[in-house]
Design a protein around this ligand. Structure first.
Ligand code: FES
Ligand SMILES: [Fe+2]
Length: 464
């Protein structure tokens, strides 16, 4: 079988397309396609990750212009339900109105600037805790205390300023730029790639808020490549196809990139060739620990066994029929990112999304919001409320109870590794960091788009 070799894909490992070609449950066309685009960003200055001036430029020029995931629709099911989204450079209140519209208000009183809300809540009006000015759920003025003392206020004009809101897949996005393209344009090919994987059918069951000792870009860049498997997650080398991962960036598309990471394939960096049985054993040992191991039926590959087991386990867990699902969608890690800070999986085993936001005034820290989804109840009843877990820089994913311990261990390895990476960026020499041509093409993509935004003039909302 000829190896599919994109122009600058020179890895000696089997390409992803070679891995999936003989899957008994074949992949849909979405995953038998690949797209390459050479991106001329061989490296960037370290200051992009460490300098307060660079972080300020991002705050003034990039963050106010991009669409960002603020919350999920099911987090605000009723009129008056409200989520506080700390968008970099602007705190926003995401509120469902009596008319079912979702609006995003700047979280700052028009009197003397007080924060209107400190946390997620449910309200009938937006009332300032300082002197009691209040606004209706549509942003119109509701009450001015000592009205006689504010002759300058014109009721009709004294509305709470809003950011733009867009909705896709159950996610509520915001954008502070009145001139930004609409969300559907910004999302480019993402909706097409999730057309058969509707995210409206799941709910946000858990959200882990983890403070990371690393810049927001150090963080996201550490999650969009498989290249670090050998260094940080060496326990996965026997069954993680790092060098077989496919990375896609599309011509003319500056917001979306993806990788397709095969499961049940050994890393090219593992010191010897493993049998399919050995690959399966190593994979199951990592997940389940000691215990009896099943024997692979003759001729079956480890990845097929894993896909079958996943389909069966997920069907047992949520009562849905996954028997027609391809092996790629059942077992592999299909991961999409939306510039600048959102990552969404499209696979049965990874019902996850990530969001990374900078911590104000500190380029060396970020918040990693890890979202865990579950299928919505089939009887149409409202899903349970989202459970929030807060982790400090030294708290462990493995011990937090929200993830299986083996998976938590992987995220702990990432957290420690990314903090070390940030420390090296901060205290090391002055040379540029460099990116590989293929395996780090999504990082090149991120910086290419970021550079375009940084060339724009500062934007200083909120609008009057
Ligand atoms: S600052 Fe809000 S009512 Fe005074
Ligand atoms: Fe990792």
């Amino acid at each position: 079988m000829p190896k599919i070799a994109p122009a600058y894909r020179a890895s000696p490992a089997p390409a992803y397309q070679d891995v999936i070609r003989d899957d008994p449950h074949p992949a849909p066309a979405l995953f038998t396609a690949y797209s390459e685009r050479a991106i001329d960003v061989p490296g960037v200055p370290r200051a992009r990750y460490t300098s307060p001036e660079f972080a300020k430029a991002e705050l003034e020029r990039m963050w106010p212009r991009v669409w960002q995931v603020a919350c999920r629709e099911e987090q605000i099911p009723e009129p008056g339900d409200l989520v506080v989204y700390e968008s970099p450079g602007a705190s926003l209140l995401i509120v469902r109105g009596g008319d079912d519209e979702i609006r995003a208000f700047y979280n700052s009183c028009l009197h003397r600037g007080m924060r209107l809300c400190a946390q997620d809540t449910s309200v009938r009006q937006l009332t300032c805790p300082f002197h009691g000015f209040s606004w209706n759920l549509d942003g119109g003025l509701a009450h001015v205390p000592a009205r006689w003392d504010f002759p300058q206020i014109e009721e009709a004009k004294f509305r709470l300023p809003q950011a733009r809101v867009g909705r896709w897949g159950g996610f509520v996005f915001i954008n502070r730029d009145p001139d930004a393209p609409p969300l559907h344009e910004y999302l480019a090919n993402l909706p097409e790639h999730f057309a058969d994987w509707p995210r409206e059918s799941v709910y946000l069951a858990r959200m882990i808020h983890k403070t990371m000792n690393a810049n927001w870009k150090t963080c996201i860049e550490g999650f969009v490549e498989s290249f670090h498997l050998a260094g940080i997650h060496s326990q996965a080398l026997p069954f993680g196809g790092d060098a077989s991962t496919q990375y896609d960036v599309w011509p003319g598309n500056e917001t979306i990139s993806r990788f397709l990471e095969p499961v049940g394939v050994q890393s090219d960096q593992y010191p010897r060739r493993l049998s399919e049985q050995e690959i399966l054993d190593a994979s199951l040992r990592t997940i389940f620990g000691d215990g009896p191991l099943p024997e692979l039926p003759p001729g079956m590959r480890a990845r097929s066994f894993i896909a079958n087991a996943t389909r069966a386990a997920m069907s047992a867990a949520d009562g849905r029929d996954y028997s027609g699902l391809s092996d790629t969608e059942a077992a592999d890690a299909m991961q999409y990112s939306v510039f600048p800070n959102f990552v969404l999986f499209r696979s049965l085993t990874y019902p996850y999304a990530y969001r990374f936001t900078p911590v104000r005034d500190d380029p060396h820290r970020a918040v990693f919001d890890f979202m865990i989804f579950r299928p919505k109840p089939q009887d149409g009843s409202p899903p349970p409320e989202t459970e929030h877990v807060h982790l400090g820089p030294d708290d462990s994913f493995a011990d937090c109870g929200a993830l299986p311990p083996w998976l938590g261990q992987i995220y702990d390895q990432d957290s420690v590794g990314l903090a070390m990476c940030q420390a090296g960026l901060r205290d090391g020499g002055g040379a540029d960091v460099i990116f590989s041509a293929y395996q780090e093409v999504r990082i090149r993509h991120l910086h290419e788009t970021l550079t375009r935004y940084l060339a724009m003039p500062p934007l200083c909302p909120p609008p009057a």
